[in-house]
Write a protein that binds this ligand. Structure first.
Ligand code: SAM
Length: 284
């Protein structure tokens, strides 16, 4: 009997791939957590039935959520990761010996526990001595922080369920307060392609623009996310991701990256016309 996983990207578009084995299924207090082993994408983490991380394309997402900010401010020392339960974002951050502290605030301990078992590559650096894991709600965690971080990465699920509060004005204002003067916020910013994802992106980007002086959006190719055209937000108090970009400084880290490079750093911000116009027009 053939087993296929299907994710509904819209009411009229679905994405399916063939499954070797359903490896794990548990309901946490926050969400349904599943791992499946697949022919095309290797092991896949599903939260509430949605693709979060796959062995085959996680390198793209975790490169682009970390290295763009690090190449804009190579002096980043104190990092906060909100979400990121699979550990891939933390793994990339620990490659910088200049980073002194990484706090990871993941609401669901079950995601970390299961990722350690089924995604050993992405979760491989969660025990780095600079990493502190907090199994708490990231929304509350930032409420009382002031000038504590140089970089905040919101590696969250979509703006539904536990992740919904990570796309609010109040949360972004608390992140602004928690950041240093050269602080950068990178947020999971959905996609411009399907209507539901585009509306979420426009809402998040519009809120950030009211709080941060510098707000840009950058893109990357993510095969297993709806439409494959995925975005991160880049919000900063004083550093611009292109004007202040330091490619030569970044190259001195000598990091071998499979997706990120200093050319794609610039190219990622060259958005298609329809996306630029959508962002300029703002949320309807
Ligand atoms: N790369 C994936 C993506 O872009 O969809 C997401 C990475 S990770 C699996 C997302 C994590 O955010 C999940 O583990 C989820 O438990 C966590 N999360 C959701 N809401 C949260 C909150 N309010 N505070 C902390 N973590 C949260």
């Amino acid at each position: 009997m053939e087993l296929w996983f299907t994710e509904e990207h819209t009411d009229y578009a679905k994405f399916s791939f063939k499954v070797k084995k359903h490896l794990y299924s548990e309901k946490s207090p926050f969400q349904q957590v599943d791992f499946i082993d697949t022919y095309e994408f290797g092991k896949v983490l599903l939260l509430d039935g949605l693709v979060m991380v796959t062995e085959k394309d996680e390198f793209i997402y975790h490169d682009m959520i970390t290295h763009v900010a690090m190449a804009t401010n190579p002096e980043i020392k104190r990092v906060l990761v909100i979400g990121g339960g699979d550990g891939g974002t933390v793994r990339e951050l620990t490659r910088y010996n200049t980073i002194e502290k990484i706090d990871m605030v993941e609401i669901d301990e079950l995601v970390v526990k299961a990722s350690r078992e089924f995604l050993p590559l992405t979760s491989s650096k969660l025990d780095d001595e600079r990493v502190t894991l907090y199994f708490e709600d990231g929304i509350k965690f930032v409420e009382d922080k002031e000038n504590e971080y140089d970089l905040i990465i919101v590696d969250s699920t979509d703006p539904i369920g536990p992740g919904e509060g990570l796309f609010t004005t109040e949360f972004y204002k608390n992140c602004y307060k928690a950041l240093s003067d050269k602080g950068i916020l990178v947020n999971q910013n959905e996609s411009p392609y399907y209507e539901r994802d585009a509306k979420a992106m426009l809402r998040a980007t519009g809120k950030l623009k009211k709080i941060f002086p510098i707000v840009e959006v950058y893109q990357f190719h993510m095969p297993t996310y709806p439409s494959g055209h995925w975005l991160f937000g880049f919000a900063s108090k004083s550093l611009h991701p292109i004007k202040d970009f330091k490619p030569e400084e970044w190259k001195k880290f000598n990091l071998k990256t499979k997706y990120y490079n200093t050319e794609i750093h610039v190219g990622a911000f060259a958005l298609p016309t329809y996306v630029k116009e959508m962002i300029e027009a703002g949320v309807k």
